[in-house]
Design a protein around this ligand. Structure first.
Ligand code: PMP
Length: 352
């Protein structure tokens, strides 16, 4: 640490992303899609678009917000876009909870929430999960705090129903409820329809998982237009051009290609179910994950050791050395063949 860093940030513990590697490994550690993006993405990145990179990107993101609005049957003024959904979450937590405001989130969830709470001076309450790792919606009803919940939750993959989400949103009318639907495309439509009924709901989505565009860095939030106006006020006070022109074009083309992505999502779900069944047959305890990852533990081997042994075999998965989940691995659902290799490797390691 240099002597120049502000005292406010001395104790900051940053989020630790999953490893990105250049060597040839089976990469099941960051919930990326095994499929390339829609071919429409490449078509959208024409020479003409490149030749206009001398100009700033559109700060209003008109093309992208319209394309997203159409998919979710809302108006463009109900859509905010960010440089990945992390950017959207950061603006929201800064703007609605920062400087001493409140935020409640599940104790086991996306590791970035506590980091944002820390950097923006938020009073964070981390609410324990039930013993089976599910979220008890009752714990969030009428708590009079801002709330962020990943649905499906990460790294457990467990889902709250829209009725449960509605109970949380309707019982906290004076606070913002952020539902982070990074993985929702792998199990349902999500709760964005509730936005027309509730002014305190912000639904956050990403192109990184279901739309095979983690490297593009585009995410978005959908909410009542006043919330979106607030987010834009923050954006224009910090980084007006938060999405580059190539990403705008690529994401707008991708989100319209439902046929392509419906097929890829269905294939991932099929492989998820097959792999969960195979791991259970090997004696693993797997949650009913509805995301594009599996959350699994075995009595035969500690998760830490299994992580290391898989790594030696060139298979990268994610292990969190965190109380309550230190004996679980989070395994991204990859290509069918890679998942077969994973199951064989696990079999070899655990059964010798
Ligand atoms: N929310 C959750 C629950 C996630 O797991 C992730 C990915 N690590 C994100 C948000 C952020 O994704 P991105 O910034 O790539 O949109």
């Amino acid at each position: 640490m240099s002597s120049f860093l502000s005292k406010n940030y001395e104790k900051l513990v940053p989020y630790v992303p999953g490893e990105q590697v250049n060597t040839k490994v089976i990469k099941l550690n960051t919930n990326e899609s095994p499929f390339p993006p829609s071919p429409k993405v490449l078509q959208a990145l024409s020479e003409d678009v490149i030749n206009r990179l001398n100009l700033y990107s559109d700060p209003e993101l008109k093309e992208l917000r319209s394309a997203i609005a159409e998919q979710f049957s809302v108006t463009p003024d109900m859509v905010f876009c960010g440089n990945g959904s992390d950017d959207v979450l950061a603006f929201a937590i800064m703007g609605f909870c920062g400087h001493g405001g409140s935020l409640a989130c599940p104790e086991i969830s996306y590791g970035f929430y506590p980091v944002y709470a820390d950097i923006f001076g938020v009073e964070l309450e981390q609410i324990p999960l039930k013993d089976d790792f599910s979220i008890n919606a009752e714990d969030y009803t009428g708590i009079n705090k801002n709330i962020v919940i990943a649905n499906p939750n990460a790294p457990t993959g467990l889902v709250l129903s829209n009725d449960e989400v509605e109970k949380i949103v309707s019982s906290n009318p004076d606070n913002l409820v952020i539902i982070d639907e990074a993985y929702m495309a792998f199990c349902g439509k999500g709760c964005s329809e509730l936005i027309k009924k509730y002014k305190n709901l912000l639904v956050v989505r990403t192109f990184s998982k279901s739309h095979s565009l983690a490297g593009l860095r585009v995410g978005f939030g959908i909410a009542d237009k006043e919330i979106i106006a607030d987010l834009n006020k923050l954006k224009y006070s910090f980084n007006p051009y938060n999405i580059n022109t190539l990403s705008i074009k690529a994401a707008a083309a991708a989100i319209a290609d439902n046929d392509y992505y419906d097929d890829k999502i269905a294939r991932i779900v099929e492989v998820r179910e097959k792999t969960i069944a195979e791991l259970r047959a090997l004696g693993f305890n797997c949650t009913e994950s509805k995301a594009n990852f599996i959350f699994a533990s075995s009595d035969k081997i500690s998760a830490g050791e299994l992580y290391a042994r898989l790594r030696e075999k060139g298979i990268l998965v994610r292990h969190f050395s965190k109380p309550k989940i230190e004996n679980y691995l989070r395994i991204t659902v990859g290509a069918a063949q890679d998942m077969e290799t994973l199951v064989s490797a696990i079999k070899e390691i655990t059964e010798g």
